[in-house]
Design a protein around this ligand. Structure first.
Ligand code: ZN
Length: 86
């Protein structure tokens, strides 16, 4: 069994909506996004560690600390932002 199994997309999207509403996740896209190997730090969306075998996305802002995502959590966050931005 893999220790870094992630919840299904639907569950992750639910967490993203909740964290957007709670202000934990920013409602605007980052000024800059880096990607690289995970360093074991938790993902802002699913709270699971981003391990070295996974791709980590780091979103940087001018006015708030950087936040880290799994590749998929980042994609789902951007999809949710697009859905809201109309
Ligand atoms: Zn995640």
């Amino acid at each position: 069994m893999l220790s870094f199994d992630l919840p299904f997309d639907g569950r992750v999207a639910e967490m993203i909506r909740h964290k957007l509403d709670a202000g934990i996740l920013p409602a605007e896209a980052a000024a800059l996004v880096w990607s690289g190997h995970g360093t074991g730090q938790p993902c802002v969306v699913c709270d699971q560690p981003i391990v070295g075998a996974q791709t980590e996305y780091e979103a940087q802002y001018d006015d708030r600390p950087a936040i880290r995502f799994h590749f998929r959590c980042h994609r789902l966050w951007r999809e949710e932002l697009r859905r809201r931005d109309h």
